[in-house]
Design a protein around this ligand. Structure first.
Ligand code: ADP
Ligand code: MG
Length: 628
């Protein structure tokens, strides 16, 4: 087949542009990325060979070979792993497979920003272009006849051609180094880079000697990191291992390295990242923890190993208790794996709990980053619910930082039976909700919940420590029975003192006017400064949840709401005084509709008839101006 030229996917071109212009100071990480890919390729072939005969031929010892050629100015990285066929070559080295990264690259505003972030989000294979002006990839997929050569200068296009000289199996990458990058031809420099970044790689990384009579040199320890005694592993080695398995580029926040012996035998080396992965909420993200059986890589896509609410974890689990040739089907509904999963969950949550106690500030950072994911466990994993409730942290109306449920309950007011919550999209807007007014007046703490998962777990979790969760936008505000110190008395007294005499007539009139637009109209106990608000009836769907479900097209009907009116509000009092007076009917009727629309606007509900709203408002203002 003749040579074919193809363009990179737009995001790759963009990425390469950033890479080429980056002043990133740690260019040397290109070697870590290429060695990491080579090691993955060996792992994948080792696993494929377990179920498919003949893939290894007579070459069953995996290795990664490095060769520097100063006269040609080339550095070669070759592996005898799984290799790529033509299609894989075009897909893998012409597009960005992980959609999270692609989306991230797309949104990068400019090159300077990209260059700054490059060390954080990682560019994998494409980092080769930081040091090379031309990259050639010769490869042959294990078990296939034809080999292929990919070549590119990293400027928009690449070529692919059949290549009889491709390795018998695996991939050989030749970097034609740019002017000024000669250091990567120096054995001492290569040794140092491999030692720093790739020592944990379980496949030998071998530097070819330049002289006939000198043996090749193995540069790394070449044993699986997690099998070594903890005392012999440095923080740096752990960190580089994390970068490799997690395709991550930040520093891990938390590390768990443990060995279970007994009924089940397994080793875990798990990390909690410090930064949020870009695809944390992307539906096609991959699980971040790899499964090994007896040191052999099995899969990096095992959904059964850990629950989705721990998907931020990175690392490996290596077990003695599954057969080496375990298939995908066998992994599903596997009782042994289920046991391991259970133990892992317990272990991780236990460790988080310790951190929460020992280092609350660090833990708050963690919660800020991964809390929304962990909270999914509240409705997915009934078994861990209590543990997760203890781990959960919240924003609230009465505190600056985060509050735990234990602290909330400790500070509850005398007579307070429930844990009060309000859900919404934006924490700042939430804090201004009129439904909070009465609670604020009494100094009662309300949890401000603004993650999409909040409505879902709240509908599943009845209580914490015997105290039910109760939304301040639903049902009656049982504020009378809660003692709130001085504030309470004045607020209540004010409201009662100033309650308008005609309020009952006004309520009746508004109810009559609005008919089935509302479920009920009533005097509010929760408002102190706003004139009106909407609340859901006890037992009805929460208002925010309903809006969310509608936005997701999971619901197409609207519940009727209750309109609450603040009898102490000047406008309400003025209206109450008008009800029943001759000739005031039209004005109060308009006002009734305006009260409802106001409440809808505050709630963030769309107005069913915005034109009518505008006409009524204009009419009233006009009247007011004429009167004044
Ligand atoms: P990542 O390693 O995070 O998937 P990379 O950009 O490093 O991203 O690599 C892209 C893909 O190219 C890999 O997922 C793999 O499928 C393929 N690839 C890269 N190097 C090799 C190699 N040496 N052998 C086989 N496949 C490779
Ligand atoms: Mg990679």
């Amino acid at each position: 087949m003749a040579e074919e030229q193809m363009n990179f996917q737009a995001e790759v071109s963009r990425l390469l542009d950033i890479v080429a212009h980056s002043l990133y100071s740690e260019k040397e990480i290109f070697l870590r990325e290429l060695i990491s890919n080579a090691a993955d390729a060996c792992d994948r072939l080792r696993h494929a060979a377990l179920t498919q005969g003949g893939l290894l031929g007579d070459d069953s010892s995996f290795r990664i070979r490095l060769k520097a050629d100063p006269s040609a100015r080339t550095l070669t990285i070759a592996d005898n792993g799984i290799g790529m066929n033509r299609e894989e070559l075009i897909d893998n080295l012409g597009t960005i497979a992980r959609s999270g990264t692609a989306a991230f690259v797309q949104q990068l505003e400019n090159k300077a920003e990209g260059a700054n972030l490059i060390g954080q989000f990682g560019v994998g294979f494409y980092s080769a272009f930081m040091v090379a002006e031309k990259v050639e990839v010769a490869t042959r997929r294990a078990g296939e006849d034809r080999g292929w050569l990919w070549s590119s200068d990293g400027r928009g296009a690449f070529t692919v051609a059949e290549d009889a000289d491709a390795p018998a199996r695996g991939t050989r990458i030749v970097l034609h180094l740019r002017q000024g990058e000669e250091e990567y031809l120096d054995a001492q420099r290569i040794r140092q880079i491999v030692h720093t970044y790739s020592d944990h790689i379980a496949v030998p990384v071998v530097l070819e000697s330049k002289k006939e009579d000198e043996p090749d040199e193995t540069l790394n320890a070449a044993s699986a990191l997690w099998t070594r005694p903890k005392s012999e592993i440095t923080d740096e080695q752990y960190k580089e291992f994390y970068h490799h398995v997690g395709h991550a580029f930040d520093d891990p926040w938390l590390r768990l390295h443990f060995k279970a012996e007994g009924v089940m035998e397994y080793t875990g080396l798990l990390f909690v990242p410090s930064q949020k992965p870009f695809d944390l909420f992307h539906p096609d993200r991959k699980p971040g923890v790899r499964l090994y059986v007896k040191r052999v890589f099995i899969t990096d896509d095992c959904a059964e190993l850990l629950p989705p609410y721990l998907r931020f974890l990175r690392g490996i689990v290596d077990t003695e208790d599954l057969p080496l040739n375990v298939s995908r089907e066998l992994l599903q509904n596997n009782p042994r794996l289920a046991k391991i999963r259970q133990a892992l969950v317990k272990k991780v949550l236990g460790e988080l709990k310790q951190k929460a106690e020992a280092a609350p500030e660090e833990y708050a950072n963690f919660w800020e980053t991964f809390g929304p994911v962990l909270k999914e466990g509240l409705y997915e994993d009934g078994q861990q619910r209590d543990t997760l409730l203890a781990l959960a942290r919240f924003r609230s109306t009465t505190r600056e930082g985060w509050v735990s449920l234990a602290d909330y309950v400790k500070d509850m007011k005398p007579g307070q039976e429930a844990i009060y919550t309000i859900t919404g999209d934006d924490p700042k807007a939430l804090a201004k909700s009129p439904q909070l007014e009465g609670f604020a007046a009494k100094g009662i703490e309300v949890l401000l919940l603004s993650d999409p998962v909040d409505d879902f777990w709240l509908s599943m979790v009845p209580a914490y420590d015997g105290k039910p969760f109760k939304s301040v936008t639903r049902g009656g505000a049982d504020l009378d029975s809660i003692g709130g110190g001085d504030k309470k008395d004045t607020a209540e007294a004010e409201q009662q003192d100033e309650a308008a005499p005609g309020i009952d007539a006004l309520i009746a009139f508004v109810k009559l006017t609005l008919k089935d637009q509302v479920k009920d109209v009533r005097v509010s106990k929760r408002l102190t400064s706003s004139p009106v608000c909407l609340v859901a009836d006890e037992g009805d769907l929460d208002m925010h949840l309903e809006r969310m479900l509608k936005a997701q097209h999971q619901l197409d009907r609207s519940s009727q709401r209750i309109l609450e009116v603040n009898p102490g509000h000047a406008m309400v009092k003025a209206l109450a005084a008008q009800v029943g007076k001759d000739g005031a009917g039209g004005v109060v009727e308009d006002a009734a509709w305006l009260l409802l629309d106001q409440a809808r606007i505050i709630e963030g509900e769309p107005l069913p008839d915005a034109v009518a709203f505008s006409q009524r408002l204009s009419k009233l203002v006009e009247k007011g101006l004429l009167a004044g």
